[in-house]
Design a protein around this ligand. Structure first.
Ligand SMILES: [Zn+2]
Length: 454
């Protein structure tokens, strides 16, 4: 059994917070350089704009380091982040943010979906209904390495997965799933695309899973015009299609394994320019992360709840704004102000309807404007976002210090802001995180500067 890929020998992981922050930004910067050079050489406008977006995302002024942040328990911690995100698949900090978001929603879905104790299900091995309890398992599904482009390899995997989840075998054994697609680049320039699954369900016979997965992958390869038999004939066993099932003992570990980046950052340097440009031009990328079955139902329920809370909050703020404006108008016209809300309609709450907004794809704008004009306009939008984010962070964490990656401190712990944290502004002051934080900061300030806050 021969393995074609090698693990880099001196792989040093950044471990301190600041090192991690710098590593992420620098990785993004290196990808920008690779993609920009390829785009200029091919005179590809969309790819140039894509590279430009990553370049702007990786600017030192777009990233911040923070000390003395506090969480909802009043606990102090340090952190880092970026103001504007390009959301590109090539950008390490943006991918990391997406991965942690996915991890959070997957955890919420799994923890709130009860595993059923003993349910009868059809067992294909025994050919009858048997009672069994549901458990969490991780599954890795691989497919033969393809010498196609990177995008095509991912599309084949996606198609194979789409076939697989429609099989009766899938619904018989798996009741909920968290799935993510990944790929690595082998030394022979082929792509090793594979799927990581975290499934809830019954004992899965490995040989049956392998047979089912093989059926789907074979069909997917043929659909995309490959001769599956000829393709796999000379491959060593390790590079042929494989499946691996493991019971989950630690949800944390399993989630980390399933919700991570699409590929390692080093991969982008190994991919040929043509494949890279093709990826940069994709308008709708194959869905790399997804949830299914009962996990998806739970996630949808939570998403709907969160959207409703947000919409209600917005409606309340809008009503307050409108009332304020009406009051102002009445005062200006020297008239009595009559409050109509609530009195005439009684205590009826306004009905809130959730509408889904789809963001316009930036690639359409580039096609219309050209990359140069688009990037100039984008600069203005980013500056605005940075300003808004800065003022938001300074307001939320008045006692924290923020600097960017050029060591420029744009917000210092300011004791004048202490008035902002007064008892009048925060409900249930003595039990609020702000209160704990207030005293924590006071003690810290006494030792550091030698003066009390109040
Ligand atoms: Zn980014």
């Amino acid at each position: 059994m021969t393995r074609l890929y090698t693990i880099p020998k001196e792989k040093v992981k950044p471990f301190t917070l600041i090192e991690r922050a710098y590593f992420g930004r620098e990785s993004s910067e290196s990808v920008w350089k690779i993609l920009d050079a390829a785009a200029i050489a091919a005179n590809d406008e969309i790819a140039r704009a894509h590279a430009g977006r990553i370049g702007k995302c990786s600017l030192k002024s777009n990233h911040y380091l923070a000390t003395n942040l506090f969480d909802k328990n009043g606990e102090c911690f340090d952190g880092y982040g970026s103001f504007w995100g390009c959301n590109s698949k090539f950008c390490q900090p943006c991918q990391k943010r997406a991965a942690s978001g996915n991890q959070k929603s997957a955890r919420q879905a799994i923890e709130n979906t009860p595993m059923r104790k003993r349910v009868k299900h059809f067992c294909w091995v025994k050919n009858k209904q048997i009672p069994e309890r549901e458990r969490l398992r991780t599954i890795v599904l691989t497919m033969p390495n393809t010498k196609a482009t990177c995008l095509l390899a991912l599309e084949i995997l996606q198609y194979g997965w789409a076939l697989f989840r429609k099989r009766k075998f899938y619904s018989d054994y798996i009741t909920g799933v968290v799935k993510s697609h990944e790929f690595t680049v082998r030394v022979d320039d082929s792509y090793h695309a594979h799927s990581h699954l975290l499934v809830g369900g019954f004992f899965i016979p490995e040989h049956l899973l392998k047979a089912e997965w093989k059926y789907c992958v074979e069909k997917a390869f043929i659909e995309f015009g490959f001769d599956y038999a000829a393709l796999t004939e000379h491959l060593p066993d390790a590079d042929k299609l494989n499946v691996q099932i493991k019971l989950v003992h630690s949800l944390d570990k399993a989630l980390k394994e399933v919700c991570k980046y699409m590929t390692k950052n080093e991969s982008w340097a190994k991919i040929p320019a043509a494949h890279l440009l093709e990826l940069a031009n994709v308008k709708r990328f194959p869905r790399m992360f997804d949830m299914g079955g009962r996990f998806r139902d739970t996630a949808r329920r939570f998403n709907k709840r969160a959207a409703l809370i947000k919409a209600r909050r917005k409606a309340k703020a809008d009503a307050a704004k409108q009332a304020e404006q009406e009051k102002l108008n009445a005062a200006n016209h020297d008239q009595y102000y009559v409050q109509t809300n609530g009195i005439i309609d009684g205590e009826q709450k306004p009905k809130i309807q959730l509408t889904r907004k789809r963001k316009k794809n930036w690639r359409d704008r580039v096609g219309f404007l050209g990359s140069q004009v688009y990037l100039t306009l984008l600069d203005k939008e980013i500056n605005k976002t940075v300003e808004v984010r800065k003022s938001f962070l300074a307001k939320k964490y008045p006692l924290s210090s923020f600097s960017d990656h050029t060591d420029f401190v744009w917000h210092r712990a300011n004791i004048e802001f202490i008035d902002e944290l007064s008892e009048e502004r925060v409900e249930d002051w003595e039990n609020s995180p702000e209160y704990k934080y207030f005293w924590l900061f006071d003690a810290h300030y006494r030792t550091q500067v030698g003066g009390a806050v109040c």
